[in-house]
Design a protein around this ligand. Sequence first.
Ligand SMILES: [Zn+2]
Length: 409
Amino acid sequence: MKYILIIGDGMADDPTEKLGGKTPLEVVSKPNMDRLAAEGELGSVNNCPKELPAGSDTAILSIFGCDPRKCYTGRAPLEAAAQGVSLQPGDVAYRCNMASLEEGDMPFEARRILSHSSGGIDGELSKRLVEDLFADPEFAALAAKARAEVHPTLTYRHIVLQHGGDTTGLTLTPPHDHLTEVCGPHLPRGGSAGPVLRELMEASFRFLSAHPINVRRRAKGLLPANCIWFWAEGTAAALPSFEAAYRKKGAVISAVPLCHGIGALIGLDRITVPGATGEKDTNYLGKGQAAVKALLEDGYDFVGVHVEAPDECSHNGDTEGKLKAIEDIDKFVLGEILCKMTGEDYRILILSDHKTLTDTRGHAHGYVPYILYDSRVKAGSGLAYTEANGLLGPHVEDGVALMGMLFRE
Ligand SMILES: [Zn+2]
């Protein structure tokens, strides 16, 4: 018996005028998801406890059976684990985005946030820029004073570790929730860390704006990666062992550090797929093929496949991209798995981790639809996979129950 999880990040949504009062799941062509929903259990689940921020970090912890109310200490420590960076007592990890702020002669705090990802900057360039920044003598002196060190990744999502950090009274803001707004009100503030982090961001703007890579980007009409943006702060996280909890040997396939980090902390093996980007141009088929290989050739009982693209498109205001991403998940990830798993006994759980709204470009709390399908059973809801149809089925109050439901005999 094999077990499969597919998370379409941020697929779920609310009806929008952009789609004639419908949701993306209601308008896209997704024959595989709709068949499994009709032949399986179609319900709704709440993965983001209302007392915690709505987002992939709390939602994916729930989905993998870790109660975020007990073990959530912030997003960055989870991402740091993906790089093999473990936090010592007293350490604080921060997500460090390569962001784009408005340029021109104006005070730093008057600059608008143009992009949380510098327009999806190439990973190699992003890494070079942040390494050059932390090597710059003026900036390095400030970083040393703050006891901050950078752990670059090949994406716009870097990690900064602060030894002896203190987040008491600190307020940080996700840049993707305030795109096009003036940055002043959203800069780090409060506690002892607020002013220090803000000073580092302002210094990064001075250095990065003049960096040759950004001079070339501007010349090509691309957004300059001219500011590091701190958010998602957290301290060391201790998560329960997946194998101990479910007696299953498992692996996770994702392009984003968050999912690989959670996988690392709960003891799942991490599978990377060439060409998996975390953006809408990711290698969907490669992810489907890697899942099948993990189950049928490499002996795993369980594989979790996470696809970031729908969430990223939502944040970028790219509705067409979101629709295409969902269709590609259905066709190339799920389609490949269903085709190659023909004749095998398996149970599969398909869901969105949380809603990412087309209208606000931000995350939202609330129920999201799930499909629980068993290849041995053909009796199901008879309905297509949508938010509204999911609400007609079982309501799972707490996403922490999902893994138990998937492994239920
Ligand atoms: Zn998400």
